[in-house]
Design a protein around this ligand. Structure first.
Ligand code: CP
Ligand code: NVA
Length: 304
């Protein structure tokens, strides 16, 4: 059996493949809006392993499979043998016989990689401590659908050098945008990723510098899932990094504000910005459905 393709990080796909998925997501969204029935995954099943909470990711993947004529099974460590210590390798071999694709949200990227090495079906990273590649697809779709190509555009990442930031860093070269990261000195992104991204990214500690003339300003929570006990300490370090109206006024006049959600109003973003005119966060969340449909179709059926 041929080794399946996986989507564990943005760089698992070429620039051409990523751009195809964005265009296809836009098409699939239009088809869905017209009420067209399209069931390329009839009788196919997605296994969904969630070791962390989720609203958007779970519902978008599950709806995508249902709308495509297939089904999805939610697997929580509380109810599976994975939670009682059955090896990841064994679980991957077993699930591969029963489902057509597996989506995993967990803590360690290594767990997802080990699962993929032992799986004979495609594996999708639905968020790890290291990356959140599915969210990037929806974000890029949101920009491209409204404004056209993202090549050469300036994206400002304000805040934590976290999983979302890492996926933006990985995406910069492949999509051809310039990423300006502004983070507190103790919360910088992974050094190796920054080096690999070369001149497609710049890291600084000044939100104003990063936001100036940006086409997109984006941020994320100050404490990610699993870092709840650091919340207080982080709130202090991140205070100067709030995306508010003053910061947005430095970006291009038509700049979009993005946030993967869930958001904490008056922490990483002011209510005036997230609920304001430049915010595209609801559209971004909605696009998770369409971009993941394009991803599932690409992995399970191929290009259309
Ligand atoms: N943005 C995102 O992945 O949201 P959920 O945690 O709700 O899935
Ligand atoms: N950085 C956040 C993203 C949530 C979608 C987290 O990992 O909790």
């Amino acid at each position: 059996m041929a080794t399946p393709r996986h989507f564990l990080t943005i760089s698992d796909f070429s620039s051409e493949e990523l751009n195809y998925i964005i265009e296809r997501a836009i098409q699939l969204k239009a088809m869905h809006r017209k009420g067209e029935i399209y069931e390329p995954l009839k009788n196919r099943v997605l296994g969904m392993i969630f070791e962390k909470s989720s609203t958007r990711t779970r519902v978008s993947f599950e709806s995508a499979m249902l709308q495509f004529g297939g089904g999805a099974i939610f697997l929580s460590p509380r109810d599976t043998q994975l939670g009682r210590g059955e090896p990841v390798e064994d679980t991957a071999k077993v699930l591969s016989q029963m489902v057509d694709c597996v989506m995993i949200r967990t803590f360690s990227q290594e767990m997802i990689e080990t699962f993929a090495e032992n799986a004979t079906v495609p594996v999708i990273n639905a968020l790890s401590d290291m990356y959140h590649p599915c969210q990037i697809l929806a974000d890029i779709q949101t920009y491209v659908e409204r404004r056209g190509s993202i090549e050469g555009k300036k994206i400002a990442w304000i805040g934590d050098g976290n999983n979302m930031c890492h996926s933006y860093i990985t995406a910069a070269k492949l999509f051809g945008f310039k990423l300006h990261v502004a983070c507190p000195p103790d919360y910088c992104p992974n050094e190796a990723l920054v080096v690999a991204a070369g001149d497609s990214i710049e890291v600084c500690h000044d939100p104003a510098q990063a936001a100036t003339d940006a086409d997109i300003v984006t941020t994320d929570v100050w404490a990610s899932m699993g870092q709840e006990e650091e919340q207080k300490k982080r709130a202090q370090a991140f205070e100067p990094y709030q995306v508010n109206s003053l910061l947005m006024s430095l970006a291009k006049s038509d700049a979009m504000f993005m946030h993967c959600l869930p958001a904490h109003r008056e922490e990483e973003v002011s209510a005036s910005v997230i609920d304001g005119e430049q915010s595209v966060v609801w559209e971004q969340a909605g696009n998770r459905l369409h971009s993941q449909k394009a991803l599932l179709e690409f992995l399970l059926v191929g290009k259309q």
